[in-house]
Ligand binder design. Structure first.
Ligand SMILES: C[S@@+](CC[C@H](N)C(=O)[O-])C[C@H]1O[C@@H](n2cnc3c(N)ncnc32)[C@H](O)[C@@H]1O
Length: 303
């Protein structure tokens, strides 16, 4: 086979310099899309149901969500009162619902099985898993009919100290879609890698259930896989991180949380979140020429 010759030679940094996101919206455009009630949405907007998601999902309309962010319970012998990372266990709320080891695979296939029906054809799902449950999660995804596009590693710092093994300091995020030919993906960075290095954030003195994801991790899923005004669904809301990140970025949310004790915390976080608080048009987030020049000699020459 004859190899096609590149018309212009590849110069590192030049492609990054020319890169533009596939889609971008100004603040005003993003807000208008959020407020547009004419668009076709067949799910109650910005609503949380404090009930079991497996039962709750069955009553949702088909093709009603644009994006799923799902961080299920671990299903290991994890105590909700465990004091991790020197946190004060009095500030950790009762009622984190766990699933016993034996039932974990059944539980996992039940909730993942509900996803394809409620996802639009263009929708994606980001499913979080620790390494201990990865096998069950992968099996359930395989049986559900969803397609895995990427297996993302979220690398954080401060895993629990160990004496006779390596410290776990990563999480798995399975980026899945309903239709590999139709899914929405907004490439907002020139070179988005499948390892995300994002520190966990601690908010000393605040009540929470101690599994809270950093906003940066959830927002990254939202930015790459939804448009302003879209509906982001979370079956396991926990502290409400997905709902907060959705509103902060001009997206709508819908979700479940079985632990009613979380209601007060979620409502407080939402009441403190202004619409569009974290939204910045994607073009404004790209590295400047000076930043690129520091990395690539070819860009330096063009300055
Ligand atoms: C890992 S935590 C989610 C944490 C969340 N991502 C955050 O940032 O706060 C899992 C949550 O799922 C809830 N949960 C467990 N089983 C559930 C079920 N069947 N339906 C809905 N929520 C459930 C737990 O109470 C817990 O709050």
């Amino acid at each position: 086979m004859v190899k096609k010759k590149r018309k212009t030679p590849y110069v590192p940094g030049i492609a990054a310099m020319k890169f533009k996101p596939n889609h971008d919206w100004t603040m005003m455009e993003a807000k208008a899309l959020f407020l547009d009630m004419n668009s076709n949405r067949n799910i109650p907007l910005d609503t949380i149901k404090y009930e079991d998601c497996i039962i709750g999902m069955r009553s949702l309309s088909e093709r009603s969500v644009d994006l799923v962010v799902a961080d299920p319970p671990f299903g290991i012998d994890f105590s909700d009162k465990e004091s991790l990372y020197n946190r004060n266990s009095n500030l950790i709320l009762d009622g984190y619902e766990e699933v016993s080891r034996i039932k974990y695979s059944d539980f996992t296939s039940l909730w993942i099985h509900e996803l394809p029906r409620i996802m639009k054809n263009t929708a994606s799902a980001y499913i979080f898993s620790g390494w201990t449950n990865l096998k069950e999660i992968l099996e359930a995804i395989g049986q559900s009919g969803l397609f895995i596009i990427n297996h993302i590693i979220w690398k954080y710092q401060f895993g629990v100290f160990t004496k006779r093994k390596f410290v776990t300091s990563h999480y798995h995020i399975l980026f899945c879609v309903k239709n590999p030919k139709k899914y929405f993906f907004n490439k907002i960075e020139h070179y988005p890698e499948d390892v995300w290095i994002i520190p966990r954030r601690y908010r000393p003195g605040q009540s929470k259930n101690n599994t809270r994801l950093p906003d940066e991790v959830v927002s990254r899923c939202i930015h790459f896989s939804s448009r302003p005004g879209d509906v982001v669904f979370d079956p396991f809301l926990g502290n409400g991180t997905t709902a907060v990140c959705a509103i902060a970025n001009f997206r709508h949310y819908f979700g479940f949380e079985i632990n009613k004790n979380m209601k007060e915390i979620i409502e407080k976080s939402l009441s403190e979140t202004d619409l569009g608080r974290d939204y910045i048009p994607y073009t404004e987030l790209l590295p400047s020429l000076e930043e690129l020049a520091e990395k690539y000699p070819a860009v330096k020459k063009r300055l």
